[in-house]
Design a protein around this ligand. Structure first.
Ligand SMILES: O=C(O)c1ccc[n+]([C@@H]2O[C@H](COP(=O)([O-])O)[C@@H](O)[C@H]2O)c1
Ligand SMILES: Cc1cc2nc[nH]c2cc1C
Length: 353
């Protein structure tokens, strides 16, 4: 049943209109500046207009998906698992980095419990959608069942639909989960068909021995589970995470609903990779916020077919880079709305205008 529901959502994803993109770019080109001189700000503005039909952002929201990971038993993170719920409390209290940067961007933050290994009371700003109390250790068997993977994807879709209903027209992805750079690297290695060493890095800051354990855990996980690189749901189920599934579903849902989605760092991009493997048009709705310090990140972005907007040395997650990148889309839109044409400004055009 839910497999059919997922298929139905995927079928709704349309390509972004080339005509609308060209019309927005033509407006930039008519403005009193050398053609293309605002570089990628023009691309950001044009793409937002082509996706939404609007030249101003009405509402911004970051969804930070949280989950725990059985693979932490392999000693793959510099931090203990209890940090995941502790940070969830920090998010809903407004005291985390994502809260500061979302405030800066004028975005709301909603936290989605996809699979934290702790029970939460009802709290403002927390959406309770726990699938299980953490994934199973994928070094020994599948992280989750296929049904749970689909449930995670559909939960993300539900968030995109809610965003649409609430008048949100720019969504950001975020993640929190101690150990989650390990499943993200496993997804990258599998789908990009790269050696584990080329996509595995230090996450929260593990030392050389930790990095060796992490590479081994991922290699074991790929060997034991044999995820099919051509079946993104299979990859998510065998070596993924609940929050990664939520992010992938959010991105699918945004593409289906016609909402531009700003994808944060390494973990969010693993979600974006799963989503874009499920439908080739998904990439047109994705704004890749930044280039993470994680060495595997650019390989996934390359496979998706998007360039990072920023390179700030970020490696935090939570949605932080996405919140910053939202402001650049708005910068492009402000130019689009405000800058006069050559005619209007009484400025002489160049020979090649
Ligand atoms: O998004 C990124 O690029 C990123 C890079 C490194 C670490 N993180 C965050 O750090 C946590 C995972 O790191 P680790 O070492 O526990 O796998 C998780 O909560 C992520 O949000 C995030
Ligand atoms: C403190 C802390 C905050 C985080 N935010 C996202 N991942 C994180 C990991 C740690 C350890």
């Amino acid at each position: 049943m839910s497999q059919i529901e997922l298929q139905h959502i995927i079928e709704q994803i349309k390509p972004v209109s080339e005509e609308k993109l060209a019309a927005a770019q033509a407006r930039f080109d008519s403005q009193a500046k050398p053609v293309g001189s605002l570089g990628r700000l023009e691309e950001f503005g044009s793409r937002f207009v082509a996706i939404t039909g609007k030249d101003k952002v009405a509402g911004k929201r970051v969804y930070t998906f949280a989950g725990d990971h059985g693979v932490t038993a392999e000693g793959v993170s510099a931090f203990p698992q209890e940090v995941t719920p502790q940070m969830v409390f920090n998010f809903v209290d407004g005291g985390a980095s994502i809260n500061a940067l979302a405030r800066h961007a004028g975005a709301e933050v909603l936290v989605v419990d996809m699979g934290v290994a702790t029970d939460f009371e009802d709290m403002d700003g927390l959406i309770k959608r726990k699938i299980a109390k953490g994934t199973a250790n994928f070094a020994e068997g599948p992280a989750m069942t296929q049904e749970q993977a689909i449930q995670a994807l559909l939960t993300g879709v539900e968030m995109a639909r809610q965003a649409k209903a609430d008048g949100i027209d720019l969504v950001g992805t975020g993640d929190m989960g101690i150990g989650n750079t390990t499943p993200s690297a496993a997804i990258a290695a599998c789908i990009c068909r790269l050696p584990v060493e080329q996509v595995t890095h230090r996450g929260t800051g593990i030392d050389d021995e930790g990095l060796a354990r992490k590479i081994l855990a991922i290699s074991k996980g790929l060997e034991v589970n044999q995820p099919n690189p051509q079946d993104a749901v299979d990859v998510l189920a065998k070596v993924g995470g609940f929050e990664i599934g939520g992010i992938a579903g959010l991105i699918l849902g945004c593409a289906a609903e016609g909402i531009p989605v700003v994808v944060d760092g390494f973990i969010s991009t693993a979600g974006a990779l799963i989503a874009s493997e499920l439908h080739p048009n998904v990439r047109d709705y994705i704004f890749a916020a930044h280039k993470s310090v994680e060495i595997g990140h650019h390989h996934m972005l390359h496979k998706i077919g998007q360039q990072p907007m920023l390179d700030l040395g970020l490696r935090l997650g939570e949605g932080t880079g996405g919140a910053v990148a939202m402001t650049l889309i708005e910068a492009g839109l402000q130019v689009l709305r405000d800058v006069l044409t050559f005619d209007q400004a009484g400025v002489s055009e160049g020979a090649d205008q």
